[in-house]
Design a protein around this ligand. Structure first.
Ligand code: ZN
Length: 165
C-alpha cells in the first residue's frame, strides 16, 4: 500500500471501499482490486480503475457508483480512467476478500504455479462449506463467465468457484 497518500485521498479510499461489487455484494470494489489509484491535487480528482475481465458488464456499474459517491462528497471535478495493463488478476483479491468469498459460499481462486501448463489438471478446489478437497467440476461456466460450478463429494452441496486468472 502507498504510504504517501494525503488525508483527502485516504478519505476517498475509505468512501470507495463502501461500494460493493455488483456481483458479489459481500466484497467491495477495493477488496476486489479494481481501484488502482486515487489522486487528488487540490482541484481535480483522478481515479484509475482496471476492469476485472474484458467485457465485464459490471464495469460501467462500478464507474457510475464511484461517480455518484464522489459527487455526494462534493468532488465534481472528477476524471475516471481505465487502464487495461497490467491486466487484472484474481491475485489482486485481498486475503480478507477471499475469506469473505468462502463465507459467502463461493470457493476463492486457487493459486496456480508461475509457469502453469494449460494442459495441466486444475488444482483441487476445496469445498467452501465443509473444506473437503474431493470436489468435482460440474460445469466450466457458473452464473457468470468468471465462475465455474463444482459439487462437493463429501457434503454433496453444489458451489461456485471463482476461477483463477
Ligand atoms: Zn462440502
Amino acid at each position: 500500500m502507498d504510504t504517501s497518500r494525503s488525508a483527502v485521498e485516504e478519505l476517498i479510499w475509505e468512501r470507495i471501499a463502501l461500494i460493493p461489487d455488483p456481483e458479489i455484494p459481500v466484497i467491495s470494489i477495493v477488496e476486489l482490486g479494481v481501484v488502482r489509484d486515487v489522486q487528488w491535487d487540490g482541484k481535480k480528482l483522478k481515479i484509475t480503475i482496471t476492469p476485472t475481465y474484458t467485457g465485464c458488464p459490471a464495469m460501467h456499474l462500478f464507474v457510475a457508483e464511484i461517480k455518484a459517491a464522489m459527487h455526494e462528497q462534493g468532488f465534481d471535478n472528477l476524471e475516471i480512467s481505465t487502464v487495461y495493463a497490467p491486466a487484472w488478476t484474481t491475485d489482486w483479491l485481498t486475503p480478507e476478500a477471499k475469506e469473505k468469498l468462502r463465507q459467502y459460499g463461493i470457493a476463492p481462486p486457487v493459486m496456480c504455479s508461475e509457469d502453469s501448463d494449460p494442459f495441466e489438471m486444475p488444482p483441487p478446489v476445496p469445498c467452501p462449506r465443509c473444506g473437503a478437497e474431493t470436489t468435482t467440476l460440474v460445469s466450466q461456466f457458473g452464473a457468470t463467465a468468471c465462475k465455474s460450478l463444482y459439487s462437493c463429494n463429501v457434503c454433496k452441496e453444489p458451489f461456485e468457484y471463482f476461477k483463477h486468472f
